[in-house]
Design a protein around this ligand. Structure first.
Ligand SMILES: C[S@@+](CC[C@H](N)C(=O)[O-])C[C@H]1O[C@@H](n2cnc3c(N)ncnc32)[C@H](O)[C@@H]1O
Ligand code: SF4
Length: 453
């Protein structure tokens, strides 16, 4: 999950039409309010249905990333927070036409600005492997000045030798697959449609296919999972030679089946400590095997280009639920596939919700993602905002460096493993509730009037 579009596993609270989305813990809400005021000086975040004029917004941007969302899966997993529906070939055909129209609307606005990262996520992009994906990609490459390679998510059951060849022929150089666990009992609990043996075989075939990076997603802190099972999965993935492992703790988003059933322990104190223990086991395994930490949840073999959802800070999101971040504005397409298709058929942008970003909010957002990536250079902040990093955030970082959560050599800030984990737990106070609310509302209502976070 590689959660950036998102970020795979982000965190987030909302109400719409006066209806509460999920119970907000008073203490969490209180801490969140204080932090938000401290970092941005602002109150609640309000997304509205106003569709912005994008010409001026794209003007001052030098380069951008592209995200394409494929909202189809062959099954719906009970724990999955992403926007998706069951795959139907006829709907996928209409989706292709709609995405092509969206590309046309953007390509005149973007012009020759280089697109320096391209990520195809879902859902399950490989559902459309032989039904329209090639057409969309051709259109992307015709419509934009593409200066980058293609990263794509896939499902283990879609990775036959033949399909892997087809994926390579599309020009995908970086492939991610959702393995999730390597014990049959956990795969059954998650409702995954393959055995551990079949998952290992799919990883082996993907490795043999010769991608620049094969990323494997795994989920840990599953119900009843033991520490030794986590260890076994980590070790096996290293033995299988995967280039990158993204290991996410199981999150139960309130609007998913699993969230409603209350099966997973996402928020309790003991849950947070248990996840830290499991993460420590994984850190030991991956560091011993020479991997480096490349984000809160990802470990990458040195020399391998990191597989990640968005490599540049500004991006356009295509497709149903695609989110775009253009310096001073964030907006989100409608999540509803039919509505997405209809609005493009009528020549309208499928944008459902927009958030204006003041400079303090942009800075806080910048810091959020740099913490997610576990390291950053202060001069990148200076370049983006024209202000010294220390003059804005120095006073918050200094105490963190005294207690060993990060190292600051004056130019670069690098989070320690403890800092990475605990600062992300803090970030989750925002992201779990915010994403949970925003995505929950958007999945229920294609065109919400507004969402208050
Ligand atoms: C879009 S899916 C991956 C591609 C494909 N659809 C699949 O299932 O294999 C993205 C990843 O997010 C992670 N993920 C999904 N739901 C999660 C949850 N509730 N908690 C933690 N990780 C989750 C899984 O590791 C999953 O592989
Ligand atoms: S985990 Fe993957 S296959 Fe399952 S519903 Fe989510 S996107 Fe689809």
């Amino acid at each position: 999950m590689g959660m950036r579009r998102r970020c795979p596993i982000l965190s987030c609270e909302t109400h719409i039409g006066g209806r509460a989305e999920m119970p907000v813990k008073p203490l969490h809400g209180f801490i969140r309010g204080i932090l938000r005021r401290l970092l941005t000086g602002e109150g609640r975040i309000v997304l509205t249905s106003r569709v912005p004029s994008l010409e001026d917004r794209l003007g001052g941007i030098e380069e951008l990333g592209l995200y394409l969302h494929i909202p189809f899966c062959r099954q719906i997993c009970s724990y999955c927070p992403y926007n998706k529906e069951l795959y139907h070939p006829e709907v996928a055909r209409e989706y292709v036409r709609a995405v092509r129209r969206e590309i046309d609307l953007y390509s005149s606005l973007v012009g020759q600005k280089p697109v320096t990262s391209f990520y195809i996520g879902g859902g399950t992009p490989t559902t459309m492997l032989n039904n329209g994906l090639r057409e969309i990609l051709d259109h992307v490459f015709r419509g934009f000045n593409m200066q980058c390679e293609i990263h794509m998510e896939s499902h283990p059951n879609d990775l036959s030798k033949e399909n892997l060849d087809a994926i390579k022929c599309l020009g995908v150089q970086h492939l991610s697959m959702g393995v999730e666990a390597l014990q049959d009992r956990h795969l059954r609990m998650l409702g995954r449609p393959y055995t551990a043996r079949q998952a290992r075989e799919a990883v082996g075939r993907a490795k043999e296919a010769g991608f620049k990076c094969v990323n494997v997603d795994m989920i840990f802190a599953l119900p009843d999972q033991t520490l030794s099972e986590v260890e076994q999965t980590g070790r096996e993935l290293v033995e299988l030679g995967v280039d990158q492992v993204a290991a996410y703790p199981l999150f139960a988003f309130p609007y998913t089946q699993m969230g409603r059933d209350g099966q997973a322990d996402t928020h309790s104190k003991s849950g947070v400590i248990r996840r830290r223990k499991m993460m420590r086991i994984l850190e030991e395994i991956f560091y011993a095997a020479g991997y480096e930490r490349t984000s809160v949840w990802a470990f990458t073999r040195p020399g391998v280009p990191k597989y990640c959802s968005v490599a540049v800070p500004l991006y356009l999101g295509l497709g149903a639920s695609g989110g775009s971040y253009l310096k001073d504005i964030f907006y989100l397409n409608t999540f509803n596939v039919n509505e997405y298709i209809n609005s493009l058929e009528q020549g309208r942008m499928p944008i459902a919700l927009t958030l204006e970003l003041s400079e303090p909010r942009q800075m806080a957002g910048w810091l959020y993602w740099r913490i997610y990536e576990t390291r950053f250079r202060k001069r990148d902040f200076q370049k983006r905002f024209g202000r010294g990093f220390d003059s804005v955030f120095g006073k918050y970082l200094r105490p963190l460096s005294w207690v060993g959560l990060l190292r600051d050599d004056g130019e670069e800030v690098v989070l320690s493993d403890e800092g990475t984990y605990w600062l992300h737990v803090l970030e989750d106070l925002f992201s779990i509730d915010y994403v949970g609310k925003l995505w929950g509302v958007s999945q229920r209502d294609p065109w919400p009037e507004k969402v208050v976070l």
